[in-house]
Design a protein around this ligand. Structure first.
Ligand SMILES: [Zn+2]
Length: 134
């Protein structure tokens, strides 16, 4: 014997299916509406509190920056020898590359060309000084 409910389900399968579809669709639309409303509210909030939020973000980054700097200082102090060894190794492995870089010809804004490793010396020249003091 079939229960009344089962019989009802069987007889109305299509209608039930259709009904469920409509219910789901309604729920979906409701969710989207809520999402959109939340977005609008958020946007309004951001617009109203623009300055405040900007300040907060700045303060956050400032704080983070200090933290990061502090960590870097600590890390460097704790790993001084290791870092020096790494630098030494890097210099040795890239000796040729670094040498080329040092000997790269640069054209200065003043029009003169100089080798990179003599940048400081070039910047002290009369020609360059005349140019930047113009
Ligand atoms: Zn120059």
């Amino acid at each position: 014997m079939e229960s009344t409910l089962n019989k009802y389900r069987k007889d109305n399968r299509e209608q039930i299916k259709q009904h469920m579809k409509e219910v789901f669709e309604k729920q979906r639309l409701e969710r989207e509406k809520q999402k959109e409303e939340a977005r609008i509210k958020q946007r309004e909030y951001r617009a109203e509190h623009r300055e405040e939020l900007l300040e907060k973000r700045k303060a956050y980054y400032q704080k983070k920056k200090e933290e990061i700097n502090q960590k870097q200082i600590e890390y460097k102090a704790e790993n001084k020898e290791k870092l020096q060894a790494q630098q030494k190794q890097y210099r040795e492995e890239h000796a040729e590359e670094l040498k080329q870089k040092r000997n790269e010809k640069n054209t200065c804004d003043c029009g003169a060309t100089f080798v990179r490793s003599f940048k400081k010396r070039h910047e002290a020249t009369k020609k360059h000084q005349n140019f930047i003091n113009k």
